[in-house]
Design a protein around this ligand. Structure first.
Ligand SMILES: [Zn+2]
Length: 257
């Protein structure tokens, strides 16, 4: 059975952790070490008391998440934060997090896999962040209604609900953009308009994005921050199962968003 260092080295390399910029709270890579070998892993979208308990109950020695231990910024290690850290250490469970490196990965990434789920083939990147494009874009000739049905299926699978800006039943999507998580904001809409994107598929966005989108003639499909980011961590779990023979458990803990 591999130790954490071996799995971490493999993941760091596969996800190109060292070279992908990210928000300072992302802290990509190993966030909490452990001592023993890893016989089972767990994956989850969010680091939380629920996913920590789920990982321990599943017998995992490594919890892999998309939004990690430091996502909420520097806070005292008290109350639930102390409890979950204590639980992890006493059960010898490590934590590994991958945020934007997982969003943008061409095979394992949330964006690539969401596009695939929607039956869309990307032709390039979209939504610039520093040196990378976080999202994907491509051409299509598919009724927007069909994309909405597929996005709605994904949302429902994780107990969410698809929300869309209004569109006509016979509307056709000619150029799309996909950006999972909080992919709708003024900047992404501006870039979408510049690129001629007529349909934007995201996890979530503030209310003003739906108003701005209508002004720009863009339809936005909000499939849920949580649902759209379940895909990457599950793919990572499958990859580790294939590579190291490690059983993997996805801890489903919907956030409601
Ligand atoms: Zn996210």
């Amino acid at each position: 059975m591999p130790a954490l260092a071996k799995i971490a080295e493999f993941l760091d390399d596969a996800l190109n952790i060292a070279n992908i910029p990210d928000y300072s709270n992302a802290v990509n890579g190993v966030q909490l070490a452990n001592l023993g070998e890893i016989e089972r892993i767990a994956t989850a979208v969010d680091f939380s008391s629920e996913t920590v308990t789920g990982a321990i109950d599943a017998g995992a020695r490594l919890l892999i998440v998309h939004h990690g231990m430091f996502w909420g910024g520097v806070q005292p290690i008290t109350a639930h934060r102390h409890q979950r850290l204590w639980s992890l250490i006493t059960h010898d469970v490590a934590v590994y997090s991958a945020h934007l490196p997982l969003d943008i990965h061409p095979e394992l990434g949330n964006n690539a896999l969401l596009a695939k789920h929607l039956g869309l083939s990307p032709s390039g990147g979209f939504f610039k962040y520093q040196t990378i494009n976080v999202g994907l874009t491509g051409e299509s000739d598919v009724p927007t209604r069909v994309l909405a049905e597929k996005a709605g299926d994904l949302a429902a699978e994780f107990r969410g609900t698809l929300v869309t800006t209004p569109f006509a039943d016979d509307r056709v999507t000619r150029r799309w953009g996909v950006c999972t998580g909080s992919g709708a904001d003024s900047a992404s809409l501006k870039e979408a308009a510049q690129r001629g994107i007529d349909t934007l598929i995201v996890g979530e966005g503030p209310h003003h994005t739906s108003v701005e989108a209508r002004e720009l003639g863009i339809v936005v499909l909000y499939a849920g921050h949580y649902a759209t980011e379940t895909i990457g961590v599950r793919a990572l779990g499958d990859l580790l199962t294939r590579t190291f023979g490690l059983p993997s458990t996805f801890i489903d803990a919907p956030s409601g968003l």
